[in-house]
Design a protein around this ligand. Structure first.
Ligand code: GDP
Length: 369
């Protein structure tokens, strides 16, 4: 029925079935003339972009033409899930174009954080991941922290270039783009969007007053993020909205901490020591003995140990164990993509086991804080 209808704004093929996919238009909006997709509608009427999503392979394929253009690439990542939201391989796809790494959600870090230290840490981590960037900027798109500096950095590197904004889902890409649109364009003028020439549908060009454009790209879905596996309700719980209050546990070996039924942390072997959990305070931690942990989980999953609820738990992959050895004198974080991280400052070393839904990324890194 809608097979041949296309959006008068961006040219995408229209569909009425899935509001999370490209070209969505509500059934009743088909009566309007001209017919535009919901994304163009929001940009036009509210100065607001809304993301659609793609997996990383399709996403990078979508960017292959960028290398042949003169552009500025703004890669936005979430400080709360740095490893999980970093786009590996991005550099290869954008040619010689400069990449600015915008690290969002710094409002979630504890108030006493040393931000220079964080910038240095990000620079080292990016380098290690093979991502060469011209600049690292910290900000909170939502709380309006560091945004002046973001604009300054973009101006320094813009030089008449179009700006491609890229990021994983939920890192705050839309929030940031909406801010940029407001800063770069005349609020009274009606914004228009158009399909980026030479590509298929998924890039939306938002022309700015100075003749350049911001190009909004689909959010990348990474299945290794816990935040991609849970339902909407639990997602809201997993994403903190206030600065994290780190949770310190003094543990003996053979003790276990549960975070709902989502993540289980075992201190298997080592001297008594403290572990600092940087996870959302909306999820309750339960401490138990390692030898009791299996039983407790079976008895209380989805109930005492929630989120998720019992029904939602059935939709999640089964918990899988990741053994981790923290070396002597190691000052590291164990990061759990989508949940947060655990700081281990272990003079004597420690053997840990992290249980997460199958597929969720668990990594050891230099400690952030
Ligand atoms: P997108 O999927 O990358 O386009 O991300 P959105 O802009 O839709 O934001 C995803 C979620 O993160 C929303 O719940 C936002 O409210 C939240 N968010 C965005 N920016 C920030 C930020 O700077 N700090 C915090 N705490 N949350 C943010």
């Amino acid at each position: 029925r809608n097979d041949e209808q296309r959006c008068a704004g961006c040219g995408v093929k229209l569909q009425t079935e899935d509001s999370g996919q490209l070209g969505y238009v509500p059934e009743q909006a088909l009566q309007r003339e001209p017919i535009i997709c919901q994304r163009c509608f929001r940009i036009k009427n509210y100065n607001e972009s809304s993301s659609i999503t793609l997996n990383q392979d399709d996403f990078l394929r979508l960017l292959t033409h960028v290398g042949a253009t003169k552009s500025l690439v703004v890669n936005i990542v979430d400080i709360f899930d740095f490893e999980g939201s970093l786009i590996s391989g991005l550099a290869r796809f954008v040619g010689n174009n400069p990449i600015v790494l915008v690290v969002n959600k710094i409002d979630l870090l504890p108030k006493v954080t040393n931000f220079n230290r964080i910038v240095n840490w990000v620079q080292r981590q990016a380098k290690e991941a093979g991502l060469k960037v011209v600049e690292v900027v910290l900000c909170s798109a939502k709380r309006n922290m560091g945004f002046e500096r973001v604009l300054e950095v973009l101006d320094e590197h813009r030089d008449g270039r179009d700006i491609y904004v890229v990021g994983a889902t939920n890192v705050g890409k839309s929030t940031l783009i909406n801010r940029l649109i407001r800063d770069y364009s005349d609020l009274d003028a009606e914004l228009t969007t158009s399909q980026y020439p030479g590509t298929t549908l998924d890039l939306v060009r938002i022309p700015l007053d100075d003749g350049t454009s911001i190009i909004d790209t689909p959010g990348i879905v990474y299945k290794h993020r816990l935040t991609e596996l849970v339902g909407k309700k639990d997602l809201m719980k997993l994403m903190p909205d206030k600065p994290i209050k780190p949770l310190v546990f003094q543990l003996n070996e053979k003790q276990t901490i549960f975070f709902g039924s989502l993540v289980r942390f075992d201190f298997v072997q080592g001297e008594r020591q403290s572990f600092t959990f940087y996870v959302t305070n909306a999820i309750q931690a339960h401490r138990t003995k390692l030898e009791r942990a299996d039983e407790l989980y079976e008895e209380h999953k989805g109930e005492l140990l929630s989120p998720p609820t019992k029904d939602e738990l059935e939709l999640l992959p089964k918990l899988t164990k990741h053994p981790i050895r923290v070396p002597k004198g190691g000052n590291v974080d164990v990061s759990i993509s989508g949940l947060g991280w655990v700081k281990v400052n272990s003079a004597a070393g420690a053997d840990l086991a992290i249980h997460v839904p199958k597929g969720v990324k668990v990594a050891v890194r230099e400690s952030l804080i």
